[in-house]
Design a protein around this ligand. Structure first.
Ligand code: G3I
Length: 360
């Protein structure tokens, strides 16, 4: 009798263990599709029908050999995460510091990578000499124009494209009450494009913003502004959709964002892609295979949808940094996250294969 009891208890324990193991790795209710095998010597960019870029840190490019190795091997487009912002390039009224940005541009060109410039005009990351500048509207206009034209001229022939104006709308679709708008009025945006075009008529000029996928009001406001600039003959060639997004963002909203951007007729850049997972900002969250698969599914859907727009409009997709340890997201949200296609050791995550699969 005792033996029989022990036997049934053992069977029950075994069944419990088996059921727990089978649940651990299954994303949601559906069956797990085995990830495609990507040979280690593959380069992501060679598998893609459009350029694939990364925003990079100068410090990591100079000091982390794994990081610089992955960037050179996997990508064929490069954006400076911070080195071309106003404060980095133009720290005081009469001095420019080109060292870091030149380092990145030269490295990119030596490695046959395209350089996308980020960013000529933004409401933030401005040096104190700008935020405390005192002058009439002509003096402000001169400040803005001189910065844009000095920077574009410096990189002329080396930087293919620029985010000319970055993040000029609130999520509500209302134009941002930035220092530039306060000092120079609503139409300063058009003049930024004209100034950049005068300095390098061959550069492709983009308006760049976030939130296309989660705010219909913002997406519509951006579309309307771009169509108005185009109708006035303002030199604008591209729309940048940052896509700092989440693993729960719906198919429908991602599709609407990409379709609306493509309807401008301009080149479309998914310019700052990352897919964060810790939307509830849980301190102790860990990166599970379920989350990895859900993240991969979003990366794949974004790339798949992007790949349906006309070929001439596919400027490319850029991820906002390379490995999870380098992402801006954990610092910003105050909680851990793993938003990028490479892990903290620069090994490929399921999201990496998903990007390639999405472009097939
Ligand atoms: O380099 C200084 C360092 O000298 C100083 O000791 C330290 C102290 O705070 O700051 C360092 O600068 C930081 C810089 O990143 C480099 O790490 C700035 O404080 C910090 O504000 C800056 O954050 C960047 C942020 O833009 C603001 O410029 C993020 O790295 C960068 O990922 C983020 O990128 C933006 C895009 O440009 C526009 N779209 C959204 C995206 C994410 O916020």
């Amino acid at each position: 009798m005792i033996l029989m009891k022990k036997y049934f208890i053992s069977i029950a324990v075994l069944l419990l263990i088996l059921s727990a193991c089978s649940k651990k790795d299954s994303p949601g209710a559906g069956p797990v599709t085995p990830p495609p095998v990507i040979p280690v010597d593959t380069s992501m960019y060679k598998m893609m029908p459009f350029p694939v870029g990364a925003a990079v840190s100068v410090n990591l490019m100079q000091n982390n050999i794994k990081y610089s190795g992955v960037v050179k091997k996997e990508y064929n487009s490069l954006t400076a995460e911070n080195a071309m912002k106003f404060g980095a390039l133009h720290p005081s009224a009469n001095s420019y510091n080109w060292n870091d940005a030149d380092y990145l541009v030269n490295l990119a060109l030596l490695n046959n990578m395209r350089v996308h410039g980020h960013t000529l005009n933004w409401y933030t990351s401005l040096p104190t000499w700008v935020t405390s500048f005192v002058g009439d509207s002509a003096a402000w206009e001169n400040l803005m124009k001189t910065h844009i034209q000095t920077v574009v001229t410096h990189f002329k022939g080396k930087v293919t494209s620029w985010d000319v104006v970055n993040e000029d709308f609130e999520d509500t679709g209302i134009p941002r009450n930035s220092i530039w708008r306060q000092k120079l009025g609503n139409d300063y945006v058009a003049r930024c494009f004209q100034y950049a075009n005068q300095a390098d008529p061959d550069a492709l000029l983009f308006y760049n913003d976030y939130g296309h996928e989660y705010s219909t009001a913002k997406r519509t406001a951006i579309y309307n502004m771009i169509m108005s600039l185009k109708s006035r003959g303002i030199p604008i060639h591209g729309i940048g959709m940052q896509f700092h997004t989440t693993h729960t963002q719906s198919d429908a909203t991602i599709r609407d964002a990409i379709t609306t951007a493509a309807a401008t007729g301009l080149k479309v850049h998914i310019s700052e892609l990352d897919v964060r997972l810790n939307i509830n900002r849980v301190q102790g969250l860990t990166f599970t295979s379920t989350l990895a698969q859900q993240q991969a599914a979003r990366y794949k859907f974004i790339v798949q949808t992007y790949n349906t727009i006309p070929a001439a409009q596919k400027f490319g997709i850029t991820t906002w940094n390379v490995g999870d340890a380098d992402s801006w997201v954990p610092g910003w949200q105050g909680a851990p996250d793993w938003p990028l296609p490479f892990d903290t050791n620069y090994l490929r995550k399921p999201a990496y294969a998903a990007i390639i699969e999405g472009a097939k």
